[in-house]
Design a protein around this ligand. Structure first.
Ligand code: DLL
Length: 433
């Protein structure tokens, strides 16, 4: 039987959801206009006033918020409450430029806890469970978000944080963790390390996993489920909007329900900014409608995805978004062809290769080159030169037929590609160095 954390919200009628959204959007726009000078300026420049926003039908009239706006107002310029009401700060890692800072009031943390609680319950967790949180604790939102969610449902939060994989395994064994929360690449690393340590899986209590914070494929999900003997659920979010729990997967494991009582999702054409109809792929845009401290409106996530309002068998009525296939800035353009790292992962895993791979892009004599380095088993690695070459060629052809560009395949020795304890770094683009 499907379980819900806030059934009346998660299964509300469309009319009810729209009514909440209308009222909350109107209120948020007014509050933001009055309290955030930067937003007032953006709206004035576009010739929109709060009076023009009467329902979600008017959302398109509002200006977009871009990451550059967050940088221009760094650190607190988009906060909509005085600092005395802020009780916690988080920040993005800042790998693609200056970090951005998000603030939370007590009420914001309360909502965040519920959003993450919805995910845990949808994945089958109960208050009897022990939730092993291996997302990093700190400015990154992963650790604290799932921690709040676990405690909200009355479960035991185990704040292991990321790293020290041997210790993670000891805790999984000795504490009897029921759910593991971390990035999918770290889950894979933990599974691999357990295998190497000959851990008896029948003695591991783990039932489920909540994985997210980076793109991962269905093939990767299957691998993790097989290796850890669990059900793996996807969770999505971003620092700018809240952290984990913006959307979450149910028992169907096909797309993530957006917490629409708190966030409005739109999918737009990234070039024209036009809102796209359901089912069309584009850039995901979120508006926060209940956040007090840091309520972004029409925030351009640069994540590429699709939404679906098809009835879900879990009974939830909240709209579903597809697994984002990566940020638009993760998309590689190789000799004019668009390539997503997730497409490469799909081919590798489908053909039975390991999820330990690296993509190296370079430019030689004005021509882009793509190299896929993938770890192989010791057996393959020690194969005869001919067999080795045949296998590399076979994989290279499979990649070419799916991606439409030539890829050089290099087999790497087991264990030679760096493992990640957080978000995996899959791509080295030497053209940008
Ligand atoms: O990654 C928040 C989070 C923590 C989500 C733990 C899920 C679990 P940021 O560091 O700000 O926040 O990075 C946000 O990560 O825009 C996506 O590009 C990517 N991302 C997050 N979740 C997923 C997912 C956290 N489930 C950025 N699938 C987002 C694919 C994801 N990409």
């Amino acid at each position: 039987m499907e379980r819900y954390w806030q059934k009346e919200i998660e299964t509300a009628s469309r009319d009810q959801i729209v009514a909440w959204q209308n009222e909350r959007l109107v209120r948020t726009v007014k509050r933001v206009y009055e309290n955030v000078p930067y937003y007032k300026k953006l709206m004035d420049e576009k010739g929109v006033t709060p009076g023009d926003i009467n329902s979600i039908e008017d959302l398109w009239k509002l200006p977009f918020t871009y990451k550059s706006d967050l940088r221009d107002t760094y650190p607190y310029g988009l906060f909509a409450v005085p600092m005395e009401q802020v009780v916690e700060l988080h920040a993005s890692s800042g790998t693609t430029g200056k970090q951005i800072v998000a603030g939370y009031t007590r009420h914001d943390l309360d909502i965040w806890a519920d959003c993450c609680a919805r995910q845990l319950v949808a994945a089958g967790a109960t208050k009897e469970d022990k939730i092993h949180v291996s997302f990093g604790y700190g400015l990154f939102t992963g650790g604290f978000g799932l921690h709040l969610g676990a405690q909200r449902i009355g479960a035991v939060a185990i704040p292991v944080s990321s790293g020290n994989t041997a210790r993670q395994i000891t805790i999984l064994q000795d504490f009897g963790s029921d759910y593991l929360c971390c990035t999918p690449s770290y889950a894979m690393y933990i599974a691999e390390s357990m295998e190497q340590a000959n851990v008896d899986m029948s003695k591991i209590a783990l039932r489920g996993g909540i994985f997210g914070a980076e793109p991962w494929t269905e093939e990767m999900r299957q691998r993790i489920e097989e290796k850890l003997h669990i059900k793996a659920h996807d969770i999505y979010g971003l620092t700018e909007i809240m952290g984990p729990g913006v959307s979450y997967e149910c028992c169907e494991q096909s797309g993530m329900h957006v917490n629409e009582d708190h966030f409005i999702i739109e999918v737009i054409d990234p070039d024209t900014g036009k809102v796209l109809p359901e089912g069309e792929q584009g850039e995901i845009v979120f508006s926060c409608i209940t956040k007090e401290a840091f309520p972004l409106l029409r925030y351009r996530t640069r994540d590429i995805g699709v939404i679906s309002r098809k009835k879900c068998s879990c009974g939830r009525t909240l709209v579903k978004m597809s697994k984002p296939r990566g940020r638009s800035d993760d998309m590689l353009i190789i000799r004019g062809v668009n390539v997503f790292p997730s497409q490469i992962e799909t081919v590798l895993l489908r053909m039975g290769y390991s999820p330990n791979y690296q993509i190296v892009v370079d430019r030689v004599n004005n021509l882009d080159t793509l190299e896929v380095k993938v770890e192989v088993t010791q057996e393959v690695f020690s194969d005869t030169v001919t067999k080795f070459a045949v296998k590399e060629k076979e994989l290279s052809e499979a990649l070419k037929s799916l991606l439409g560009v030539n890829a050089k395949v290099t087999f790497a020795a087991p264990g030679s590609i760096d493992r990640s304890i957080g978000k995996a770094v899959r791509v080295i683009d030497k053209r940008k160095i």
